[in-house]
Design a protein around this ligand. Structure first.
Ligand code: OGA
Ligand code: MN
Length: 210
């Protein structure tokens, strides 16, 4: 019974997600192009640069609580949480994600309660090894989102998001400016392939109350 309910819930949420853009053919994953107009994407890339210059970014770590550690060979990005005081272009960004949260809740009844969101900057050579987005034993993260800020992205420059499906199948997604990737977080394995140029994104998670 529980398993049936689960399958039903996944299909229902997939149909919401797939309505936006091209279905990737993997259950519970979808992309949407031009999530925000190009001027806004450019302004957000500028915000990330500004925040980096003033020291808001920190080396990303893996694990949780007392096991937190920097392991550059596993995860080589630096991140910066998008929290008040916000820069002006970050206000419409959060408003757009709030619209998305409500849309998902209305159509898929996911009970998403809040969003945690950060910039991520991968310098040349950095990647993020295969992983899932729920820290062990924590189920609050239910939907993962990634919005890319890379104008003039060179295809084949590495840095693709690799999303794994059943039987070791996978799809690679290029981190081109304005593209939003959205997937159901639980159990979804994915990786960032080592990039050969700077790679900038905003990634986050819609959470349920936990
Ligand atoms: C993450 C992640 C994917 C990407 O931040 O957990 O998997 O394409 N990001 O940036
Ligand atoms: Mn991830």
């Amino acid at each position: 019974m529980a398993a049936d309910t689960d399958v039903f819930a996944r299909r229902r949420s997939l149909s919401v997600v797939a309505d936006w853009g091209d279905d990737l053919g993997i259950d519970g994953v979808a992309t949407r192009e031009q999530f925000l107009p190009s001027e806004q994407i450019r302004a957000l890339a500028e915000c990330a640069r500004l925040r980096r210059e003033r020291g808001d970014f920190g080396a990303a770590r893996i694990g949780s609580d007392e096991t937190l550690q920097r392991r550059e060979e596993i995860r080589g990005d630096s991140t910066c949480w998008i929290v008040p005081p916000l820069l002006t272009p970050e206000i419409p960004l959060l408003a757009e994600f709030e619209r998305l949260r409500l849309e998902l809740n209305i159509q898929a009844m996911l009970g998403l309660f809040e969003l945690e969101l950060h910039y991520a900057w991968f310098p040349p050579g950095a990647g993020y090894a295969r992983h899932v987005d729920q820290p062990l034993g924590r189920r609050q993260r239910q939907v993962s989102v990634v919005l890319y800020l890379n104008e003039n992205w060179t295809p084949g420059a590495g840095g693709e998001l690799r999303i794994f499906g059943a039987d070791e199948q996978y799809r690679d997604i290029e981190p081109v400016a304005g593209r939003l990737v959205c997937f159901l977080t639980p159990g979804r394995e994915h990786a960032v392939l080592p990039t050969s140029s700077d790679r900038l994104s905003i990634s986050g998670w819609f959470r349920v109350r936990g």
